[in-house]
Design a binder for this molecule. Structure first.
Ligand code: NDP
Length: 337
């Protein structure tokens, strides 16, 4: 039997996330990285050389013309839409970073364009690929905590100094902790609980790291269709907080410790009438799992770990949180799908 041709990838954006995680993940998953696009020729050339990429370009059409199967789009958020539409038009599959876009209307357009072009669209929500989060999802789905009542998401971190750029300074590029981290919380909650949030109430904070008018911390509560309440805490400003993801039910609690992270680390505990025990979690690179599912989908097998629609739904939760913080009211989550 002939081996399948490697999926040929173009990297859109000379970015930190690609350098730290996704280039390695694509290679480990058997993909071939053909070229990288940067808006700056010098930066793109240096990035390609440093990362073993054979080619760089400043022109998206030139990139899309390189007999690609897929692009990984990880530019700043305001660029995702036009780049996704161009890839779809060229018949190239799209794995796009979160948040998909700057508005829900734009995200809908991206999903619709990929569907109309018959290309796969994935959203790179890494956390649903974590062994810890999958163990929590399984424990909930298997009824091991009884009826879920509450969830708590601890996702307040300190934004690394090297990333203290557009995320805290540039509203036009999609700054703010809610569009950066609350989107991940929303996706992880949807995945672990198997249902969608219907309403959000939140308060945001300007804790001194971000520019004026840009939130760098948030606390809030999402209400899900079944009545589950989920508390979330996200920040760029806390140097010493730990992360976690917990679901508490009528008959037990499942508690993820140190699990809201890019690294394949963390523990999951199950606590019920018979005591507390650690659930088996086999560490696995989250991004390799994401790329593998996406490449399988490109070959016609299954779906990406998170689809374009999942990306729309996670944005809808984050947008409702921002609207709640702005108005001081509970806001309905309306993905419009
Ligand atoms: P970066 O800040 O590293 O890169 C964003 C853009 O900034 C690049 O496209 C690049 O432009 C430009 N840039 C990079 N370095 C320089 C420089 N030295 N001088 C001037 N411009 C520069 O972004 P991230 O990697 O942190 O994030 C990219 C996207 O990925 C975002 O949408 C983010 O939300 C998402 N993300 C997702 C994560 C996940 O786990 N799912 C984790 C981290 C980020 P150009 O390409 O034109 O050269």
């Amino acid at each position: 039997m002939m081996a399948a041709r490697p999926v040929r990838w173009g990297i859109v954006g000379a970015t930190t996330i690609a350098r730290e995680w996704m280039l390695g993940a694509i290679r480990e998953a058997g993909g071939e990285i053909v070229s990288v696009m940067s808006s700056d020729a010098g930066r793109g050339k240096a990035y390609a050389a440093e990362n073993g990429i054979p080619d760089s370009t400043t022109d998206l059409s030139a990139l899309l013309g390189k007999d690609l199967d897929a692009v990984y789009i990880a530019t700043t958020n305001e660029k995702h839409k036009a780049q996704t539409l161009a890839a779809a038009k060229a018949g190239v599959h799209v794995l796009c970073e979160k948040p998909l876009a700057m508005s829900l209307a734009d995200a809908h357009e991206m999903v619709a364009a990929c569907r109309a072009a018959g290309v796969v669209m994935g959203t790179n929500h890494h956390l649903r690929n974590a062994s810890t989060i999958r163990a929590i999802r399984d424990a909930v789905a298997d009824g091991r905590i009884g009826k879920p009542l509450f969830a708590r998401v601890f996702h307040a971190v300190y934004l690394p100094v090297g990333l203290q750029g557009w995320r805290i300074k540039d509203p036009a590029a999609g700054s703010g902790v809610v569009m950066d981290i609350t989107v991940h919380d929303t996706d992880t909650l949807r995945f672990a609980l198997g249902e969608d949030p219907v309403s959000v109430t939140a308060f945001t904070q300007e804790g001194g790291l971000s520019g004026a008018g840009i939130e760098d911390g948030v606390m809030g509560v999402m209400r899900f269709g079944s009545g589950v309440l989920a508390q979330f805490h996200d920040a760029f400003t806390t140097k010493y907080a730990s992360t976690g993801f917990e679901v508490h039910g009528t008959d037990g609690s499942v508690i993820g410790v140190n699990c809201m992270t890019q690294r394949p680390v963390g523990d999951v505990l199950l606590r019920d009438a018979s005591g507390e025990r650690r659930l088996e979690v086999v560490p696995e690179n989250l991004y390799v799992r994401s790329v593998t599912a996406f490449q399988n989908a490109v070959r016609g097998e299954g779906q990406p770990a998170a689809t374009g629609e999942d990306g729309v739904r996670s944005m809808a939760g984050a947008i409702a949180a921002l609207e709640s913080a702005r108005t001081g009211r509970a806001v309905a989550v309306e993905p419009g799908l």
